[in-house]
Design a protein around this ligand. Structure first.
Ligand SMILES: Nc1ncnc2c1ncn2[C@@H]1O[C@H](COP(=O)(O)OP(=O)(O)O)[C@@H](O)[C@H]1O
Ligand SMILES: [Mg+2]
Length: 351
């Protein structure tokens, strides 16, 4: 194990604080059991997170935070500034994945199917009716930057839409209205770019809400997801492409919907997924051969400071020669030629 002292960062100020504490305690116990010198840093409301992180004696941070100011790049940014290696995605990917609107824009850019949507920032009846237009019902309304199904609800008509938007606006100033997709739910686990498998989630109430997520017995799980091989592969591929679209790293969980009519949609990518032994990612990893504590060690192994320059350099002879097309006598080509030559000689000096 390359890291000596590890801090498991948990708690935070988001509405997922309790979930984070459960993840953090489970990770701390697993790392300790594996002989890692691990201790907890519990962040909370009013805490000076910068001083707490800067003052702690640690070689790496294992992030067990969920939600705003924990999963969204903020803590990751502090750790970058402090030069402390941390688990999970970098600042940009964390921020993008937390923002469901920006995620969906990138999914669309990368041809990853995601339910149709629009965005609202107020709940006045006339304006909602206007914006909604012919979008149709039912819809799912959700805060743009939340998790654990908090503030998520379904609306079947304009009156319910208004209530749902009001509820979501209690959690965020910006709200997503999505076309409801009648489908089965699947989650895919990815570890350091390697797809681990897909689990199927069947909430007994029909709604995968906060209670269904965290109350034992309220949801059935099928690992692997009950899909024919070709569809299973497609789901894995979509999840991988969704994670790539956001450039995430470390351990991620991608939430998808699969319909009877052979359509698949990506809902979101979670960059710090739940980490109790019964959470989805550990279940998926378990079927791929990772004991919970091995998964924790594997995640810890990927801890890094992303802004640090890679140590390895390209050998001078692996650099491409100037292509013939650039031999044209125009000024830009000359600039490119000079730049390439300068870089080659610089690299051969430092190689
Ligand atoms: N467009 C949709 N159609 C049907 N169900 C949805 C849709 N969007 C979300 N859901 C349901 O709500 C849950 C939470 O939505 P999700 O976008 O994953 O947000 P969260 O970050 O809260 O997990 C999903 O797991 C799913 O059960
Ligand atoms: Mg989700």
């Amino acid at each position: 194990m390359s890291h000596r002292k590890v801090s498991v960062i948990m708690g935070g100020t988001s509405s997922e604080r309790q979930v984070s504490l459960a993840s953090g305690e489970a990770v701390l116990a697993a790392l300790t059991e594996q002989g890692v010198d691990a201790r907890a840093i519990v962040l909370g409301p009013g805490d000076d997170a910068l001083s707490m992180l800067a003052g702690a004696d640690m070689d790496a941070a294992f992030l067990a935070l969920h939600g705003k100011l924990g999963e969204d790049g903020c803590v990751q940014g502090l750790l970058e500034l402090l030069g402390i290696p941390y688990t999970g995605s970098n600042v940009l990917a964390s921020a993008l994945a937390m923002d469901k609107l920006k995620s969906k824009e990138l999914f669309r850019l990368h041809n990853v199917p995601t339910p149709a949507y629009y965005v609202v920032d107020q709940a006045s009846a006339e304006q909602l009716a206007d914006v909604h237009g012919s979008f149709g019902f039912p819809v799912v309304v959700k805060p743009r930057r939340e998790g654990s199904s908090i503030g998520v609800s379904r609306a079947n008509n304009l009156m319910e839409l208004r209530e749902a938007v009001e509820l979501a606006l209690a959690f965020d100033s910006s709200v997503l209205v999505e076309r409801f997709v009648q489908a089965r739910e699947v989650a895919v686990g990815i570890l350091d770019g390697r797809v681990l498998g897909a689990i199927e989630i069947a909430p007994k109430s029909g709604m995968y809400d906060f209670a269904a997520k965290y109350t034992p017995g309220m949801t059935d799980y099928f690992m692997p997801a009950r899909l024919p091989a070709a569809r299973y592969r497609n789901v894995l591929n979509l999840a991988e492409r969704a994670a790539e679209a956001l450039d995430t790293g470390g351990a991620v969980r991608v939430d998808l919907l699969v319909t009877e009519s052979q359509n698949e949609y990506v809902l979101e990518v979670n960059t710090l997924p739940g980490m109790t032994p019964t959470s989805l990612l550990p279940k998926i990893a378990g079927a791929a051969g990772y004991h919970f504590s091995e998964l924790c060690l594997a995640i810890l192994d990927g801890a890094k400071v992303h802004s640090r320059k890679p140590e390895r350099r390209l050998a001078a002879d692996t650099l491409p020669a100037t292509p013939a097309a650039f031999e044209a006598a125009d000024e830009a080509s000359a600039v490119v030629r000079r730049y390439g030559a300068a870089r080659r000689s610089q690299r051969s000096r430092t190689a």
